[in-house]
Each structure stands twice: as C-alpha cells, then as structure tokens.
Design a binder for this molecule. Sequence first.
Ligand code: C5P
Length: 398
Amino acid sequence: MNGKSVLLIVTGGVAAFKAIELVRLLRKSQCSVTCVLTGAAGRFVTPLSLQAVSENKVYTDLFSLSDESEMGHIQLSRSADLLVVAPATANFLAKMANGIADDLASTVVLATDKPVLVAPAMNVRMWLHAATQANVARLQQRGIAVIGPNEGAMACNEVGPGRLAEPHEIFAAIQSALTAPGPLVGKHVLVTSGPTHEPIDPVRYIANRSSGRQGHAIAGALAALGARVTLVSGPVNMPPPAGVDLHKVETAAEMLAACQSALPADAAVFAAAVADWRVANAADLKLKKTPDGAPPALALVPNPDILATISAMGPERPRLVVGFAAETHDLRVHAQDKLRRKGCDWIVANDVSPSTGIMGGLENEVHLVTAAGIEDWPRLSKDEVAARLAHRIAEALI
Ligand code: C5P
C-alpha cells in the first residue's frame, strides 16, 4: 500500500488499544496514517502512543487553533484515500447514521468525500439493539463498508457479537478498499462457507469442525479483485470480509435455497462443509432422557447436494463451478472422482487429516483438479490460497 494514506478515527471503547497494532500493520506496508481521537478514545489509548506508531500528528480537538491553522478539519477529512473508524462505538455509528457533527471525529466523517470503513465494537446487547442494527443498515446503504464485529468474550464478561475485528482483519479490509479496481469488476461470484447445523431438536444439532476461514478468505479475495460477491455462510465465529453480501443460513436446505436465489452468477465456489445428512424428523420440543436411559434412535436422510445441484443446472448454471474435496486418504483419486460425480469444473482438494492441522487452522495445502490434470500447490496461508484461487477464477472468466 505504498503511497496510500488512511485517516484513522479512534472512538472510545476498551478495544481502542488495538488501534496501535492496526497502525503498526499499516505503517509496515508503507501506508501513511493520520489519527483522529474522540475525547473518550483518549481515555483508552493515549495520543502520544498513536503519534509514536503513526509517526504523524494526532488530532483531537475541533476548536484547536493550532490544529486548524496547520490543517483545517475539512482539509483533514479529504486528506486521505480512505477513512477508517476503528473501533466505532454504538454512539459514533448513531451519529454517523444521523449526520451529527459535534466533535472533530464526527465532523470529519460528515465532511469527507472519501470512502469510509467502520469496525464496530461494543457490548453484545448494544450491538444487537434494533437502533444499532438500523443505524448500521443505513450506513451500509450509503456505501459505507463494515468489518466485524467478531463473536467472543468481551471486557464486560458477556459473550456474543461485539468484539472489534482483529487488527489483521481490519488491515485486510483496508487493503482491499485501497486496491485499484480488479479484473473481476462487473462479475458476480457466489461463495458458500462454513459448516451447516442440522437440528436434532430445538437445542441440539449435527455439525462439523469447519471454521469457515477458507471460504470467507475466498469471498474476500474475490471482492478484492472487484467481484460482486454473495457469501452464503453457515454458522461461523468470524466476521464477513468487507464488501461482500452476506446471507447467513443454518441448514443445508437453507443454504441451497439461498444459493438458488443468488443466481445468476458468473462463477460459484462451494467451500462450505455441508452436512451430508440431516435428522429425518427433527423434534419440535427438546428430547428428554427416558427413565431406562435408552438413547433416542436418530433416522438420518441425505441432504441435497448443493454443488451437484447447481452444476447440473441448465442455462442458469454459472460458467465456472468450483467444488472442494476435504479428504483424509487417497486424496487425488477421490478428488478426480468427485469432479466427475458432481459435474463441476474444478475441485480444490485438501487433506484434512487431524495431523495436518488444516481443519480450523490458518494454513492449507491444496491440489487444483481440473479436466487438464492436477496442480499441486505448496502449503500456504488460507489467505494466500484464496488469493491464488481468485486470480485463477479471474483468468478463467476473462
Ligand atoms: O461430497 P463431499 O461433501 O465430499 O463434497 C464436497 C464438495 O461438495 C464441497 O465443495 C461442498 O461444498 C459440496 N457439497 C455441497 N452440498 C452437499 C455436500 C457437499 O455443496 N450436501
């Protein structure tokens, strides 16, 4: 990101300290950073530390004569290629949604003519509140990109969505927002990701260990190349990549319906670990233990095969359909067989034996199986696998 510049607005939340790591990552990639702090942010992270890592003056006050004479707030709002609000509190999002400008940070956001990315962080109830959700939806409608929040434990001891996306995730979103329009501009790509949950009763379900990391990375890499991406994801603990259209589903049947309604698409990548079976008659009420302790007998029925269904479509079939094959043995044979059986164009095959650490891990070692043969890719991070695959898809669609 050599030569690019980011105006980073830090608002007041416990996560504000993570802004330091974000600035460090941006500086490492030669991106220049200017920070603006709200009054509350200054209680969580000092202007001095941000000044040290950004190697730039930090702005805090709308009515500072010295700041205004150096750089007026309107000029500040247009001085960067991208505005990033991280962390963005519920209060700040509400101000943005309503056009309120009552301090330097909110004035700068209102006055800018540059793209804006926000990374919300707040208590889970505040995030889930209808007011916050409506504010975020309004911002998205205006073209503001949203990254996160993540799910997990929070400083307030509650668990759920509300954690600031990790600095490396925000960094990746910044990177894709700042890169020039890519080769996939004008193309629509459908991506599935994550596991599916197949209910046994209202509280229990059948699932698998998929983290959604690879599928989400692919969606992000395709968006970074300019594609319009529809990401249909099962339940995962990670935020959608910036700039993708996310459809959350639970079951395989819901995933198939979401995929069908996302068509037409130029390409489709089926990275989800869809459950092969579901319980035939999921109970409406929680199953109780019987006095004799006998476990219930679960009758399973096969789920629809989404990849095979979409591959077999007529004129609505995407031009390029890519499936995944997660195997624990005889990888190459199974992958070539899968290519034929599913009717797709490519299979990305990987060995998910526990010893590889691939399932849920950060790295992947894949083999790209096409009609032309098998390509062995080296062990790479899942982000690198995603970037390579996205480039290959772009080449195939041109
Ligand atoms: O048959 P298997 O599950 O190994 O196939 C894996 C590939 O098929 C993946 O691309 C996966 O997303 C897709 N699949 C699907 N629907 C299913 C099962 C698998 O789309 N019900």
